[in-house]
Design a protein. Structure first.
Length: 366
C-alpha cells in the first residue's frame, strides 16, 4: 500500500486549524497515529471471489487462498461475494468471516450474475491491487504468485491464459478460441484468453472501467482505451471436483453480442454520429439514387412508376426514412456526449456587461 505522506497530514491540520495547527502536538500526534493505523489496516492485495451455490468448495477455497497469501508475506484481504446462493454458501462464509478479520463477505439480495458479483467485490475491496478469480477451484490459488510477480514488474493488468484446457472441445474450447481471436482483433489487445475471470488489476484502472451486463471478461479491452499496460501469464485449468458448473453453450452466443458492444464502445463512444451517420448517409444516398432513377423513368420515359416499380418505390422510402432516423440517433448521441463532457452547471444566458451603483463596468466574454 502506498504510504500517506506526512505533508498531507500537516496540510490537513493547517486547513482545519490555521497556522497554529502544526504547533498543536496533541492533534498532530493523533493524526500521525491514524496514518499508522491506516497503513496497518489497509491491505496491499485484495482477492475477490464471486460465489453462487459453491458450498462444497468454500472451505477448501478459503484454506488454499489463505495459505498462498500468507506464504507471500504481504498484507491481504479476501472478499467473498455470495451472489444469491440458495444453498449453505452464505452460512459457511459467515462462519469464516467470524474467525478471520481479513475476510469480507458481501451478500447480494439475489443472483445478479458474475459481472455484478465482481463489481460488488471490487467496490468493497480496499487493496491497492485486486485479484479476481472464480470460486469453483478451476482457478488454482497456487497460480496467484505468477500474477503478483507481473504486478510487481509494473503491469497494470495481468490476465490469466488457460493455455492447456480440459474443457469439451466443441462446446467450450472451439467457441472460446473463435471469440478470443475476434476479441483480440477488435480491441487490439494481444492476449489469448479474454474469458477467464482469473486476472489481477491495479485499483485505479478498475475505477475507470464501469462494469455491467457481462462485460467483466472484456475489462482488458476497455482498459486498453485508457492506456493500461497489459500482459498475460499461463495458468492451470483443472476440472471441477465438486459442485455443478454454471456455464453452458448459451453463454457463447451472449459473448458475440458483447463483442458488438465492445466494438462500439472502443471506437465510437465519444463520436456516435460517426457510427450512425455512416449508415444513415449510405441509406439516404441509396434512397435518393432510387428516387432520382424513378423520376427519370416517369418524366422522361413515361413509365407508370407505381405499376411497374411499386416495391422499389417503397424500398426507396424506407431507405430515406431509415437514414434520417439513423442521423437523428447519431445527433442525439452527440448531444449526450457533449452533455457528459461539459460542465453541468452552466448558465442559460450570456451576459454582455454589468453596471453597478459605483459606475463600475465589467465586460463579460460571450
Amino acid at each position: 500500500m502506498a504510504p500517506i505522506p506526512l505533508a498531507r497530514v500537516i496540510a490537513s491540520n493547517f486547513n482545519r486549524y490555521g497556522p497554529a495547527a502544526p504547533h498543536s502536538p496533541t492533534k498532530l500526534f493523533f493524526d500521525l497515529a491514524l496514518v499508522g493505523y491506516n497503513q496497518k489496516t489497509v491491505p496491499k492485495y485484495s482477492i475477490v471471489v464471486p460465489l453462487h451455490n459453491e458450498q462444497e468448495n468454500v472451505t477448501d477455497l478459503y484454506d488454499r487462498l489463505k495459505a498462498v497469501m500468507e506464504t507471500h508475506g504481504e498484507s491481504f484481504e479476501i472478499v467473498l461475494v455470495d451472489d444469491g446462493s440458495n444453498d449453505h454458501t452464505f452460512a459457511m462464509l459467515r462462519e469464516i468471516a467470524a474467525v478471520d478479520s481479513r475476510v469480507t463477505v458481501v451478500k447480494l439480495r439475489r443472483n445478479f450474475g458474475q459481472t455484478a458479483g465482481l463489481a460488488a467485490g471490487f467496490d468493497h475491496a480496499r487493496g491497492e491491487y485486486i485479484i479476481a478469480m472464480d470460486g469453483d477451484l478451476q482457478h488454482d490459488p497456487n497460480d496467484i504468485p505468477l500474477f503478483l510477480e507481473k504486478i510487481a514488474a509494473g503491469y497494470e493488468i495481468v490476465s490469466g491464459w488457460r493455455k492447456v484446457r480440459v474443457d469439451n472441445f466443441w462446446l467450450r474450447r472451439l467457441p472460446s478460441r473463435i471469440a478470443n481471436w475476434v476479441m483480440a482483433k477488435i480491441s487490439g489487445v494481444d492476449i489469448h484468453d479474454f474469458g477467464t475471470t482469473f486476472k489481477a488489476y491495479r485499483r485505479d484502472i478498475l475505477e475507470q472501467v464501469p462494469l455491467y451486463g457481462e462485460l467483466h471478461r472484456f475489462i482488458p479491452a476497455l482498459a486498453s482505451w485508457h492506456g493500461a499496460s497489459i500482459c498475460e501469464v499461463p495458468i492451470r485449468n483443472v476440472n471441477r471436483e465438486r459442485g455443478l458448473s454454471h456455464y453452458g453453450i448459451s453463454r457463447t452466443f451472449r459473448v458475440f453480442f458483447d463483442l458488438l458492444t465492445i466494438r462500439f464502445l472502443l471506437r465510437y463512444l465519444s463520436r456516435p454520429l460517426h457510427f450512425f451517420g455512416t449508415f444513415g448517409m449510405m441509406s439516404v444516398f441509396g434512397g435518393t439514387a432510387i428516387v432520382f432513377w424513378l423520376a427519370i423513368e416517369k418524366f422522361l420515359r413515361h413509365v407508370p412508376v407505381m405499376a411497374s416499380h411499386g416495391p422499389l418505390m417503397m424500398a426507396a422510402l424506407g431507405l430515406l426514412l431509415g437514414g434520417l432516423n439513423l442521423l437523428a440517433i447519431g445527433l442525439l448521441g452527440e448531444m449526450q456526449v457533449r452533455h457528459y463532457h461539459e460542465p453541468s452547471r452552466r448558465a442559460p444566458y450570456s451576459v454582455d456587461r454589468v453596471l453597478r451603483s459605483q459606475n463600475e463596468e465589467h465586460s463579460v466574454s460571450d
